[in-house]
Write a protein that binds this ligand. Structure first.
Ligand SMILES: NC(=O)c1ccc[n+]([C@@H]2O[C@H](COP(=O)([O-])OP(=O)(O)OC[C@H]3O[C@@H](n4cnc5c(N)ncnc54)[C@H](OP(=O)(O)O)[C@@H]3O)[C@@H](O)[C@H]2O)c1
Length: 313
C-alpha cells in the first residue's frame, strides 16, 4: 500500500531532490506543503529563490502527479486540514528556520499523521548538542535534538537522518580540515540527501530510528581531496586545523554562513574527532542498492559550481 508523503520546504536543495525521488518511487503519493506568502525568506546558504522559480517547480510537480496544498504554516487552524491524509511529513527547512517546525508537529499529530521526519541532515545532533564551545550551530543542534523530543511527546513516530557533511560547502581553498583529515566521515551532497530520504523511509528499520547515512561517500577528508585533486589535475590546497585554530578563526570572522555554519561545524569536528565514527554509513548496510552521485559527476556538476558561488559571496 502506498503512503502519502507531504514535503515541507520542498523548493530547497534537499526538498527538491526529495520530491523528485518520491515521485519516482512506487511506494509514495506526493504532496507539497506550500507556504502562504508573507514570511521572511530563509535558506541555509543565504541564497533564496524567486517566486516564479518556485512556481515552475510546483507546476512541474503537479504535472507529474504531486498535489500542492497551501497553508499559513504558522496557523494550526489551517495546517490541520491541510495535513489530513498525510502519512509521513518530511521537513527540509533550512538551518535558520528550524523553529518553523514547531506548529507542524502539533498540527501533524492532530491531523493523524503517522511519522514526522524533521530537518536534520548533518551531524548527529544528539552528540553535538553537548559539545562544550557555544556557537550558532551548537544552538541549532540543541534545538534539533529538542525537536525530536517534541515529536515524541506529540505521539508521532519519527525518522532521524543525520547525513554528515555536504561536501559542496567545504571545498573553498585552502580547504579547512578538522584534525589530520585521516578519519573516515560521512559525506552527503544536498542532492543525495534529498534523494536518499524516500529510500530510508521505505525501509522497515527506519521507524522510530536514527539512520545516519553517507549518501554520497564514506571517505576521509584526505581521500576526498585526493580524488578532487585528480579531477582538477593539481593538488588541492589544504589547511589542517585543530580545535584552538578553528575557535580563533571563528571568533575573528564576521557573523554569517562562513562563521556560523562552516567554522562552527569545524570546531565541533576538531573538538571531538573520536565522535566522527558515530556518523556511520547506515545505507551501506540497509540500502545497498542506493547509489550516491558518482565522483565523475559530483565534482564538475555540484562541488566546483558551489565553490565558485561561495567565492563570490
Ligand atoms: N551538514 C551540512 O553540511 C549541511 C549543509 C546544508 C544543509 N544542511 C541541513 O539540511 C537541511 C536542509 O537544508 P537546505 O540547505 O536543503 O535548505 P534550503 O535549500 O536553504 O531551504 C530553502 C527553502 O526553505 C523554505 N523556506 C524559506 N524560508 C522559510 C521559512 N521562513 N520557514 C520555513 N521554510 C522556509 C523555502 O521552500 P518553500 O518555499 O518551498 O517552503 C526555501 O526554498 C537543514 O536542516 C540544514 O541544517 C546540512
Amino acid at each position: 500500500m502506498t503512503k502519502t508523503v507531504t514535503v515541507f520546504a520542498a523548493s530547497g536543495t534537499a526538498g527538491q531532490a526529495c520530491v523528485n525521488e518520491l515521485l519516482a518511487h512506487p511506494d509514495f503519493d506526493v504532496r507539497i506543503l506550500r507556504r502562504k506568502p508573507g514570511q521572511e525568506e530563509k535558506s541555509t546558504s543565504g541564497l533564496t529563490l524567486a517566486i516564479d522559480e518556485k512556481q515552475k517547480m510546483w507546476d512541474d510537480w503537479t504535472q507529474r502527479g504531486a498535489e500542492v496544498r497551501e497553508a499559513d504554516v504558522t496557523s494550526h487552524a489551517e495546517l490541520i486540514p491541510t495535513l489530513e491524509g498525510t502519512d509521513y511529513l518530511v521537513s527540509c527547512v533550512p538551518l535558520f528556520a528550524t523553529e518553523s517546525q514547531y506548529p507542524l508537529i502539533w498540527a501533524a499529530a492532530e491531523a493523524g499523521v503517522e511519522r514526522f521526519v524533521p530537518s536534520e541532515f548533518g551531524y548527529i545532533y544528539e552528540w553535538e548538542q553537548f559539545w562544550p564551545t557555544p556557537h550558532a550551530h551548537r544552538s541549532i543542534a540543541r534545538q534539533k535534538a529538542f525537536i525530536r523530543r517534541v515529536i515524541q511527546l506529540a505521539g508521532l513516530d519519527y525518522t532521524i537522518i543525520p547525513a554528515g557533511l555536504w561536501p559542496e560547502y567545504y571545498m573553498v581553498e585552502p580547504v579547512m580540515i578538522p584534525g589530520d583529515g585521516n578519519r573516515k566521515v560521512s559525506w552527503s551532497c544536498g542532492l543525495d540527501v534529498g534523494r536518499i530520504i524516500p529510500h530510508v523511509l521505505a525501509h522497515p528499520h527506519s521507524k522510530n530510528a536514527i539512520c545516519p547515512v553517507a549518501a554520497t561517500a564514506y571517505l576521509s577528508w584526505n581521500e576526498l581531496l585526493d580524488i578532487r585533486g585528480q579531477k582538477l589535475g593539481r593538488k588541492v590546497e589544504r589547511m589542517y586545523m585543530n580545535a584552538e585554530e578553528f575557535r580563533r578563526a571563528h571568533d575573528t570572522t564576521e557573523p554569517g554562513f562562513l562563521r556560523d555554519v562552516l567554522m562552527a561545524i569545524g570546531i565541533a569536528g576538531a573538538e571531538c574527532p573520536e565522535g566522527m565514527p558515530l556518523w556511520a554509513n547506515w545505507n551501506a548496510t540497509h540500502l545497498q542498492d542506493f547509489k550516491g552521485t558518482p565522483m565523475d559527476e559530483l565534482f564538475p556538476n555540484i562541488i566546483e559550481p558551489t565553490v565558485k558561488m561561495m567565492e563570490n559571496m
